[in-house]
Design a binder for this molecule. Structure first.
Ligand code: AMP
Ligand code: TRP
Length: 327
């Protein structure tokens, strides 16, 4: 029996190379090792107010990008969170078992809420309970995510253990899987901040669908420092981040990359990096055009995905309802 993988991505903003390097390329690469479920989490997206039309088109875009990154709907279930109502129902039940104090410690909540002040919704605070429901509904063993989601997966583990402690062995206790390299790609304009979909500064992120000239321009303008040598040094976050991107796209070793750019400056390195990223994304972009050019294909994938996910979710929810005395 293969282990179950579950992961999710929000249909908001533009998917960027951070999402790809930290998460989706691993989802695609490890498909044969695991039994996979990937979810487009629209219920999470509405924790911050969204334009309804945008969400609908983003769901299709994100799905297209997952398929273009190599996720194969024959091998993996791909579906939209709100199409399987059990996610909301289990989230409510988990709400009643997760202490406020656990939620209050979540750094993502602290960051997002500090930007929004009194507009913060209860949903944003409660976001990790819904994420725990996503994961626990499918007897998930492994949750491959970027570094920023680790704390949420740990909360999910704690919630599962707490629930099992009271009601017996109901939930599989999942573990996070964080990539060794590239689990936290930083913004090109500010390498002290995580590359984020919601950041609007024009040179912050490279979107997976950015055309070559835009990628080139963004990389050439990326913030570095006043040093000159192209070496992996965590104390120089700008060049370190660019080197990490280079490394994940080429698969080369640190010392080989450093040797290649010995005696060369940041300008030469940036040109080479732009080339590597442009060529690295080209096949994905071509596949995306093909996939989205086929009328109805994405909707069909999502409908089939929901039909496969639903009975699995139903089974777990029924077990939970029985355990707590509902129904
Ligand atoms: P999100 O953009 O929040 O929907 O995230 C989708 C996936 O991408 C999650 O597994 C995140 O942890 C991962 N991710 C998001 N931003 C980054 C980043 N800057 N570096 C690496 N992984 C990221
Ligand atoms: N919160 C995750 C993010 O923003 C997305 C997500 C929702 C998720 N549910 C999940 C990730 C379940 C892994 C497992 O990146």
């Amino acid at each position: 029996m293969k282990k179950r993988v579950f992961s999710g991505i929000q249909p908001t903003g533009n998917i960027h190379i951070g999402n790809y390097i930290g998460a989706t390329r691993h989802w695609a690469a490890d498909q044969d090792i695991y039994d996979n479920i990937f979810c487009i989490v629209d219920l999470h997206a509405i924790t911050i107010q969204q334009d309804p039309k945008q969400i609908k088109s983003k769901i299709r875009e994100v799905t297209g990008l997952l398929l273009a990154a190599g996720i194969d709907p024959q091998k993996s279930i791909v579906f939209v969170q709100s199409h399987v109502h059990e996610h909301s129902e289990l989230a409510w039940i988990l709400n009643c078992f997760i202490p406020m104090g656990w939620m209050g410690r979540m750094t993502q909540y602290k960051e997002k809420s500090s930007k929004q002040k009194e507009q913060v919704s209860v949903g944003l605070f409660d976001y990790p309970a819904l994420m725990a429901a996503d994961i626990l509904l499918y007897d998930t063993d492994v949750v491959p995510v970027g570094e920023d989601q680790k704390q949420h997966v740990e909360l999910t583990r704690d919630a599962a253990l707490r629930f099992n402690n009271i009601y017996g062995d109901i939930f599989t206790v999942p573990e996070p899987r964080i990539a060794e390299i590239g689990a936290r790609i930083m913004g090109l304009d500010d390498p002290t901040k995580k590359m984020s979909k919601s950041e609007e500064a024009p040179n912050h992120a490279i979107a997976l669908l950015d055309p070559p000239d835009v990628i080139q321009k963004k990389i050439m303008r990326a913030t570095t420092d006043s040093e000159t040598t192209v070496v992996f040094d965590e104390k120089r976050p700008g060049i370190y981040n660019l080197l990490t991107i280079y490394k994940t796209f080429t698969g080369e070793k640190d010392k080989d990359i450093e040797a290649k750019f010995a005696g060369k400056g940041y300008g030469d390195f940036k040109k080479a990096l732009a080339e590597v990223v442009i060529e690295g994304l080209r096949p994905l972009q071509e596949r995306y055009q093909k996939i989205t050019g086929e009328a109805g294909y994405i909707d069909k994938v999502l409908a089939e995905g929901a039909a496969k996910a639903h009975p699995l979710a139903q089974k777990t929810l029924a077990k939970v309802q029985k355990a707590v005395g509902l129904g």
